[in-house]
Design a protein around this ligand. Structure first.
Ligand code: FAD
Ligand code: NDP
Length: 512
């Protein structure tokens, strides 16, 4: 598709031709145009092309407020899951080096961490993924356009290049998968000027140094965890509670472990201003909302992890009649990911009520491609999606929290089996296992169907994946305890839970 300048005679001729073609012949340039080449958009476009559809995907990255930019692949690849998990791994290796000496490794000299080596290696890997995505699109015959997409009408998209050139495309179906971007607080002077977000942290060339992380959910705790783990002085500022929406007993254990690991917490506190001192340091002032007292400290970096906004503002949705939620700005979608305009669909992080997770975006995108190609009517099942928070001690869960199970089934309608356990690898290295904990929440009556499963310990994501299959299959507590464990592992502790919370007995596991 040739680049065209909007308003030129040629643009008008072609634009009018497309409108004519659409109205009078029902033919379009593409069967499907996807706006957004992140986890969901790439999966949807590639799947649709495999099914014989003519597909184009538009992906465009607006640099962050600090000027950070990246390549094809969206949040997960560039500024999310991948660099985060690799930096988490860097932190885990630091702990492993300490453990190693107890296991006989002779490590001479002091062990220290070099940010630039880690960052460069992570950034190079991410760049290889950007390249890999381009190659895959080419192999699968998806047209990739590095353009910022806006809807012109319900079948027409205008793509704008970095240089300001416009391209007009028409499609039978349009899929919106533009994801989200981190927010800055609106009422804190100096926040944008002096702060960074998760869009910047993974691309820093120099260490962020002593860091204040504001926020207390996934992004905040994961970033604070790896920063602490690589040896940086790190403070988390919590406005209300940690990990809202998660089981709060588990959230408490996650932050207890982080505190013992070296992360500092300022509870019930909100920042009020950020100033740059002549020394170059950032002075942050905050209020403790419980005591009303004002405090301040200096930091090298302030990382805002106060939530994300959907990228829906620039899409021209109002012109076309695509409805969004007034509260969240996300697209209101049906079970089939359809928007209020019949041939326009939205999913992933911009779908109202959807989990903001990569695997759900990928699966939903693939299923949508099958439905659009007329190959299947299968809908995405958003129930019992497992997730893991990659904090220094990882927390994985699937299903309901204890409070939510109680709300749905009543306190007497559920049984909670729990255990504090010691991972074998913690023994020789004498690591504190006080927070290694498991909780299985079941219905109390009938066949004791499992409602929720929570695991805090090493490799929680790896442990939980298989159990999420069990929950999808409707697993019950007797089936869990009939399953033979793999010894010696932490995962086997899940098969052995037998102490109920109701009994009040000590749930500490002793012996094998
Ligand atoms: P995105 O991946 O955000 O892709 C959207 C793409 O569309 C982007 O490339 C964007 O630049 C582009 N775009 C936006 N507007 C336009 C436009 N108008 N025209 C063209 N292109 C446009 N999830 C997990 O499952 N596990 C994790 O461990 C995990 N860790 C995370 C860590 C962090 C720090 C963050 C921020 C997120 C993490 N997530 C994780 C969440 C995960 O990254 C997102 O849920 C996922 O990327 C959403 O996919 P998406 O396709 O909806 O959007
Ligand atoms: P969330 O919306 O989950 O959390 C925002 C946090 O910031 C909350 O702790 C909130 O506190 C706090 N906050 C909001 N505004 C302010 C403010 N003005 N001042 C101080 N604190 C404030 O956002 P995240 O960015 O952490 O995560 C977004 C999504 O990304 C997650 O829901 C998750 O789906 C996905 N993700 C997944 C990961 C994984 O799978 N491992 C990792 C990272 C992200 P309060 O509770 O008081 O509102």
């Amino acid at each position: 598709m040739a680049a065209l300048c909007r308003g030129s005679q040629r643009w008008k001729r072609i634009h009018c031709f497309h409108v004519f073609k659409r109205k009078f012949t029902g033919k379009h340039d593409y069967d499907l145009v996807v706006i957004g080449g992140g986890s969901g958009g790439l999966a949807c476009s590639k799947e649709a092309a495999q099914l014989g559809q003519k597909v184009a995907v538009l992906d465009y990255v607006e640099p962050s407020a600090k000027g950070t930019k990246w390549g094809l692949g969206g949040t997960c690849v560039n500024v999310g899951c991948i660099p985060k998990k690799l930096m988490h791994q860097a932190a885990l290796l630091g702990t492993a080096v300490k453990d190693a000496q107890k296991y006989g490794w002779q490590i001479s000299g002091t062990v220290s961490h070099d940010w630039s080596t880690m960052a460069e290696a992570v950034q190079n890997y991410v760049k290889s993924l950007n390249w890999g995505h381009r190659v895959q699109l080419q192999d699968k015959k998806v047209t990739y356009l590095n353009l910022k997409g806006t809807l012109v009408d319900k079948h027409t998209i205008r793509g704008l290049s970095k240089a300001g050139k416009e391209t007009i495309l028409t499609a039978k179906n349009i899929v919106l998968a533009t994801g989200g971007r981190p927010k800055y607080p609106s009422n804190v002077p100096g926040a944008v000027e002096h702060g960074i977000t998760s869009d910047d942290i993974f691309w820093l060339k120099k260490s962020p140094g002593k860091t204040l992380v504001v926020g207390a959910s996934y992004v905040a705790l994961e970033c604070a965890g790896f920063l602490t783990g690589i040896g940086l002085n790190t403070t988390v500022m919590v406005r209300s509670i940690a990990l809202r929406g998660f089981d709060q007993q588990m959230a408490g254990l996650v932050t207890d472990y982080m505190e013992s690991y070296g992360t500092r917490f300022e509870w019930k506190s909100v920042p009020t201003r950020v100033e740059r001192l002549s020394s170059g340091a950032l002075k942050v002032t905050w209020t403790n909302t419980q005591t009303g007292c004002e405090h301040s400290d200096t930091f090298d970096s302030v990382l805002w992890a106060v939530g994300r906004s959907p990228e829906t503002k620039a899409l021209g949705l109002d012109k076309v009649g695509v409805q969004i939620s007034k509260e969240t700005g996300k697209v209101i979608v049906g079970a089939d990911e359809s928007s209020s305009v019949p041939n326009i669909y939205a999913f992933g992080d911009i779908g109202e009520g959807r989990p903001e997770l990569t695997p759900t975006a990928i699966k939903a995108g693939r299923l949508l491609a099958h439905r659009l190609a007329g190959r299947s009517s299968e809908l995405m099942n958003y129930d019992n999606v497992a997730t893991t928070v990659f904090t220094p001690l990882e927390y994985g869960c699937v299903g309901l929290s204890e409070v939510e199970a109680e709300r749905r089934h009543g306190k007497d309608g559920i049984e909670v089996y729990h255990a504090f356990y010691k991972p074998l690898e913690f023994t020789v290295s004498q690591r504190d296992s006080s927070q290694c904990y498991i909780k299985v929440i079941c219905e109390r009556e009938g066949n004791q169907k499992i409602l929720g499963l929570h695991f805090l310990g090493p490799n929680a994501g790896e442990v939980l994946q298989g159990f999420s299959l069990a929950l999808q299959c409707g697993a019950t507590y007797p089936q869990l305890t009939r399953t033979v464990g793999i010894h010696p592992t932490s995962a086997e502790e899940l098969m052995k839970v037998n102490i109920t919370k109701r009994s009040g007995l000590d749930p500490t596991v002793t012996g094998c």
